[in-house]
Design a protein around this ligand. Sequence first.
Ligand SMILES: Cc1cc2nc3c(=O)[nH]c(=O)nc-3n(C[C@H](O)[C@H](O)[C@H](O)COP(=O)(O)O)c2cc1C
Ligand SMILES: Nc1ncnc2c1ncn2[C@@H]1O[C@H](COP(=O)(O)OP(=O)(O)O)[C@@H](O)[C@H]1O
Length: 325
Amino acid sequence: MELIVIEDRAPASSAPQVLAIGKFDGVHLGHRAILNAARQLTDGAERLAVMSFEPHPTYVLTGNAEYTRWLTPRAERVRLFTELGVDAFYVAQFTRAFQQLEPEAFVDAYLVPLQVQHVVVGRDFRFGRGGRGNVDVLRDLGRDRGFDVGVVDPVEEHGHKISSSRIREHLREGRVEAAQALLGRPYAILGEVVHGDKRGRTIGFPTANLGGIDDYVLPKSGVYAVFVEIEGEREGAFAHAFGVLNAGYRPTVDGAAFQLEVHVLDFDGDLYGQRLRVSFLRRIRDEMKFDGLEALKAQIARDCEFARAVFGLSSDSAIPSQGPA
Ligand SMILES: Cc1cc2nc3c(=O)[nH]c(=O)nc-3n(C[C@H](O)[C@H](O)[C@H](O)COP(=O)(O)O)c2cc1C
Ligand SMILES: Nc1ncnc2c1ncn2[C@@H]1O[C@H](COP(=O)(O)OP(=O)(O)O)[C@@H](O)[C@H]1O
């Protein structure tokens, strides 16, 4: 897949294209419906392309700092679009000048050079200065410029529209399974294993601390059962495994910063510098303040047992399974 950042005018495309336009944060089931509709319009000669915008338009337009974080930062969108067979991903810079473009100017500078044959958007798509452009405006502009417009109705789940903001809300409340139902896959965060306080190993539960996660929407603090993958190949480690993850401030040890740390089940080895993707499968409990490390250690052992039961893994410990406290 080709990744093209657009500053103020799209580069000329050498091939005709079908283009899906939207924010695509999360690449959730609603976004997938748009991509599938676009894919069905491609014939042999046309490329399948996606256009989205950075920084997050909601951040630029509302100033809401939560939108400096993404469900899927650019690298994750690149990965998912590649998996979904997208040929070209255009990232348009959502600058002040961009926001001033009239709908017609947007179409002429951003779509016409791309040899767009079909544009596919969601029903509520808005574009151009002050959000003046909508699907009808886009259709009218396309008529004179040789493209048509496919409109995809919102995908619903239990009568509610699937949206990135609902997924954010679920994650804020720790409802990772509800988030998964809207995403069509578990919510995942990719980070690099950094050094911590080296306390984990002294209590028998080494925890890989994830760094470089500032671009991600973080789930509610608490303990989660997770799926863990190492990005790229590595000799002597695992390709994927299960784990228990603590998200939060670690009140027992007076942690000051929000952290994600994962203890990988049935693994012993060096993970520093590795890139791990953790997928949130099940919330186990709230983060708690314990009277000392022994109590914390006993609870982590129960968390591991609980996760083993969830995953159907055999227990290799003598601690009886009691589930979360
Ligand atoms: C499954 C799991 C659950 C945890 N639960 C809590 C908790 O409820 N409260 C807390 O203060 N710390 C909790 N922790 C974090 C530990 O305090 C932390 O892993 C330990 O201090 C090691 O820190 P280090 O990796 O920086 O050495 C948990 C860790 C894991 C792996
Ligand atoms: N099962 C495991 N799960 C997570 N990390 C492990 C495991 N076994 C060994 N490690 C290694 O131990 C490190 C974590 O140990 P810990 O004492 O918690 O140190 P730190 O405070 O630096 O995270 C990980 O970064 C990894 O390199």
